[in-house]
Design a binder for this molecule. Structure first.
Ligand SMILES: N=c1c2ncn([C@@H]3O[C@H](COP(=O)(O)OP(=O)(O)OP(=O)(O)O)[C@@H](O)[C@H]3O)c2ncn1[C@@H]1O[C@H](COP(=O)(O)O)[C@@H](O)[C@H]1O
Length: 106
């Protein structure tokens, strides 16, 4: 199991977000605001779907890493902590997805 966590990457993103010397992709994305970061997230989501449908496991791993990184950049720009998302996922473990969907349609 990896010892690297999403919280570790969140910290790296936070530490790179204000770099002004042109060396940081994170800073470039953050400077474009939520519009630019979200557009890139959408592209990475699409590339992940294509990898899942017709590329190698290695390609899927690479696209998944891109996707998670760009999601964390969007969360950073919006000021939402990854812990808040993980807490929501933890809350959802109390119920199956099918049961949750059924409870919404009643
Ligand atoms: N995990 C990532 C990470 N994943 C992807 N990317 C960058 O995201 C950018 C866009 O990726 P694409 O695959 O879409 O490449 P592209 O050239 O824009 O597009 P295509 O031509 O491939 O369509 C590339 O520049 C990638 O390097 C990342 N950039 C940074 N990180 C992490 O953030 C840290 C800080 O990075 P900087 O902010 O750049 O210093 C790094 O050490 C990493 O830990």
């Amino acid at each position: 199991m990896s010892t690297f966590s999403l919280q570790d990457l969140e910290e790296i993103i936070s530490s790179r977000a204000d770099v002004k010397d042109g060396s940081s992709w994170t800073a470039k994305l953050v400077s474009g605001g939520v519009e630019k970061a979200s557009k890139k997230l959408g592209e990475e989501a699409f590339e992940t779907v294509i990898a899942a449908l017709k590329e190698t496991d290695e390609a899927l791993v690479g696209e998944s890493a891109d996707l998670l990184y760009h999601l964390l950049v969007v969360l950073h720009v919006r000021g939402v902590k990854i812990d808040t998302v993980l807490e929501e996922l933890a809350r959802r473990t109390q119920q199956s997805g099918i049961a949750e969907k059924a409870s919404r349609s009643q």
